[in-house]
Design a protein around this ligand. Structure first.
Ligand SMILES: C[S@@+](CC[C@H](N)C(=O)[O-])C[C@H]1O[C@@H](n2cnc3c(N)ncnc32)[C@H](O)[C@@H]1O
Length: 271
């Protein structure tokens, strides 16, 4: 979740995921992805990197009459939390621990795959995860993937050079900070067709901004990427901007969707 290799504090990660999902522009992203999914009766959907499972539950609500949802996440505590949150709903959803880079799932076993803000975090090549998504999709099935490009993180900081240095080091500190701009190509190279791209910006409020950056800035300070005086001056200016109602930071992401082609001569599963 962060750009450092500190041990995972599950409670913190759950609060962080919930706070991210509460951001107005992340809330606005959900219906965009849902439209791209074009869910239909009887579909089986994979939610990859499901976190606490809120999106898996949302799609399960749509599919409750005949379809089903499987949520996969690498962190067992998140899978436990997703399962706990789903106990009373009677929804057709189940959660499993798994690795997006090597899914323990059968070939061609899903009609849809939804992937939100996962690829930037995976400890490996995003193309491998895309290949896994394509493998488990049925011919005619569709993947809808959203991720950020952290080089497109704009911050209205007075010290431009320092702001650029911080943005670049944050992006480079993520396992795959550039994945947003690569996503359309990754889906095409993975073999998906009818690839569509919907850019989606997310404004980052000041409180979440502090949460997002603080541990990275501690590491950047320790690594000598900036001096304590520079960091204090940078925060002081942003604090003052916030106090005056003038803080602004935003991040560009993309919703990229693609269809797995029907096998030549084979029948695409009709939905
Ligand atoms: C930013 S969170 C997003 C969670 C969820 N998609 C959401 O939008 O609320 C990224 C998620 O990816 C999961 N993750 C990271 N690497 C993974 C991997 N290799 N396989 C499966 N899940 C992974 C993390 O545990 C975390 O739950």
């Amino acid at each position: 979740m962060s750009s450092t290799s500190a041990p995972i504090d599950a409670g913190f990660v759950i609060r962080y995921i919930d706070a991210g999902n509460a951001l107005p522009d992340i809330r606005a992203l959900k219906p965009v992805m849902l439209r791209q999914l074009a869910l239909g009766p009887g579909m089986r959907l994979l939610e990859l990197g499901c976190g606490a499972g809120d999106d898996a539950r949302a799609t399960a609500r749509q599919l409750r009459d005949s379809g089903s949802v499987v949520g996969i996440d690498a962190v067992p505590t998140l899978v436990a939390e997703a399962t706990r949150r789903s106990l009373d709903g009677g929804l057709p959803v189940e959660f499993r621990v798994g690795d997006a880079l090597a899914l323990d799932l059968e070939d061609e076993s899903f009609d849809r795959c939804r992937v939100e803000r996962l690829l930037m975090h995976i400890d490996g090549d995003p193309a491998t995860a895309v290949a896994e998504v394509v493998r488990v999709l049925r011919p005619g099935g569709r993947a809808v993937v959203f991720d950020f490009d952290w080089d497109a993180f704009v911050i209205d900081g007075a010290d431009r050079e320092l702001t650029r240095r911080i943005v670049r080091s944050f992006s480079d500190g993520m396992p795959n900070g550039w994945v947003g701009s690569a996503l359309p190509r990754l889906l095409r190279e993975g073999g998906l067709t009818e690839v569509t791209v919907v850019p989606h910006g997310v404004a980052i409020p000041y409180d979440f901004f502090g949460w997002l950056l603080s541990s990275h800035l501690d590491s950047a300070l320790a690594a000598g990427l900036l001096t304590p005086a520079e960091l204090i001056a940078w925060w002081d200016q942003l604090d003052a901007a916030h106090a005056a109602g003038g803080f602004f930071a935003a991040l560009l992401g993309v919703v990229v969707s693609g269809t797995k082609p029907a096998v030549a001569g084979g029948a695409e599963r009709a939905r």
